[in-house]
Design a protein around this ligand. Structure first.
Ligand code: GRF
Length: 214
């Protein structure tokens, strides 16, 4: 994890966000709302989706935010797709990339282009239940608590220093869907908070531990 060695924040005062989505965009909406309600001092410079028909793009357009659809199947390789995304983000001077239900793995060159400046939200208490359908994985496993995690992105799936977590109890009456719905409420709360923490620059990384300076 050499790219995660301790050191200063890399966002460097740039509060321009690039949000990457693949689907409904409810976490994108939570970020839009937090900015509108002045709970988060930031600006969404662009929303990029690998699915040009993603419903979440409409949320961005309704909020007057520029959108870009880049169909990953139009590119010969992951590297080429990643390079196109980096180009779109750089062109708009994005300082922090926020993955919000973005369903493509990012390659090392993308991660290296935004060192310590890519966040992801995952619907479990990492490191438990990485990958797809984390809420269902947790429910089927029979854990008594699950939750949500915001972490800095590395080239490993659902890895990287943890910025925020929220715990959600699993109730005897839960289905995988009802658990997912309660986790989503917490996602919407902690993602804007984690973005604020990152942008405020009062943190460092030691090994894989994210440490906020008090
Ligand atoms: C969320 O559960 C998020 O944690 C996961 O993908 C889902 C995206 O939902 N990475 P939405 O598109 O933000 O509504």
């Amino acid at each position: 994890m050499s790219s995660q060695d301790s050191g200063p924040a890399r966002v460097g005062g740039n509060r321009r966000l690039g949000v990457l989505i693949s689907g409904r965009g409810s976490n994108l909406q939570a970020i839009i709302d937090a900015i509108a309600q002045q709970r988060l001092d930031a600006e969404i410079a662009v929303v990029v989706s690998n699915r040009p028909d993603a419903p979440g793009l409409d949320r961005a357009r309704r909020a007057g935010i520029e959108t870009v659809g880049l169909r990953h199947t139009d590119y010969p390789s992951r590297e080429a797709f990643d390079a196109a995304m980096v180009g779109e983000l750089r062109r708009r001077d994005v300082g922090l990339v926020c993955l919000a239900g973005f369903m493509r793995l990012l390659g090392e060159s993308f991660v290296a282009a935004f060192p310590n400046a890519i966040l992801n939200i995952h619907p479990s208490l990492l490191p438990a239940f990485v990958g797809l359908h984390a809420q269902r994985q947790a429910w089927e496993h029979g854990v008594k608590v699950s939750g949500a995690t915001v972490h800095i992105v590395t080239a490993e799936l659902d890895d990287g220093p943890i910025v925020r977590q929220a715990v959600v109890p699993v109730l005897p009456s839960d289905t995988a869907d009802s658990l997912a719905a309660r986790i989503l409420v917490e996602e919407h709360r902690i993602y804007p908070e984690a973005i604020r923490v990152i942008l405020d620059d009062g943190w460092t990384i030691d090994g894989r531990r994210f440490i906020e300076r008090s």
